[in-house]
Design a protein around this ligand. Structure first.
Ligand SMILES: C[S@@+](CC[C@H](N)C(=O)[O-])C[C@H]1O[C@@H](n2cnc3c(N)ncnc32)[C@H](O)[C@@H]1O
Length: 221
């Protein structure tokens, strides 16, 4: 990026954390969402990186600890700058792969040295990841943004008996079509919802109306 481009990008970012969050959430297309995340990458952690401002990563890592071995191969889908991976590492997990479509977000994640591998890929379509390559997929803060088709890939890349753990904005689960794909898998006997956590405000300081629940699925086959 030229210094002029950098100045323009900085000018375009809204100047308060809550406004930046809203600006990203309201991106009209996936392409624009990716672009806005890449701009937000420079201050995402400063905006919501404190555990007390963004509870979802730590809460998800606690649940993962109950269900997964420390050496489980975990795909952090929509890893962003790695806040979710940091929480998983803090809970003792050692085999983390981070995937995201926003290069600058993922570059910040890679720089933290917590992932064995980082992969730039778009979860709105089937990825090049191998079938059953992971013991678990963990995804934090993504269901309002990543298209529901991603659930098909999460199930495909997870080992039978493995888990898909979602820090879920429940409203988005239904509205964006995840619930319909979940029902499809359940009918086929491929997926079972085995735990639903209590609702909590995921971003209590920037937007207390965003309510998450942590859901754990088992991939049956
Ligand atoms: C709210 S952030 C969550 C990041 C991280 N998991 C966390 O909890 O801080 C959502 C992430 O999903 C990524 N994302 C959105 N749509 C995507 C897509 N179609 N494919 C891959 N990543 C996507 C964004 O780039 C962003 O980094």
């Amino acid at each position: 990026m030229s210094s002029r481009d950098q100045r323009d990008a900085a000018n375009e970012l809204p100047n308060q954390p809550a406004a930046r969050l809203a600006w990203v959430i309201q991106a009209p297309t996936q392409q624009e969402l990716k672009r806005r995340y890449d701009l937000w990458a420079r201050c995402y952690d400063a905006d919501i990186g404190q555990p007390e401002d963004y509870l979802a990563p730590l809460e998800t890592a606690k649940v993962a600890k109950v269900h997964l071995r420390p050496n489980a191969r975990i795909l952090d889908a929509g890893a962003g700058t790695g806040l979710s991976g940091q929480a998983l590492q803090g809970a003792g997990f050692t085999d983390l792969t981070g995937l995201d479509f926003a290069r600058d977000m993922l570059a910040a994640a890679a720089a933290k040295g917590i992932y064995k591998e980082t992969i730039v890929a778009d979860l709105s379509q089937q990825t090049a990841l191998e079938d059953h390559a992971f013991d678990a997929v963990v995804t934090v803060g993504t269901t309002s943004q990543i298209p529901a088709e991603s659930l098909r890939d999460y199930v495909r890349v997870t080992q039978p008996g493995g888990k898909v753990i979602v820090a879920n904005w429940v409203e988005a689960w239904v509205e964006r079509g995840y619930a319909a794909i979940q029902a499809d898998f359940e009918r086929q006997g491929r997926l079972a919802l085995i735990e639903k956590g209590e609702p909590f405000a995921a971003l209590p300081t920037t937007d207390p109306e965003i309510i998450y629940e942590i859901w754990v699925f088992e991939v049956l086959r």
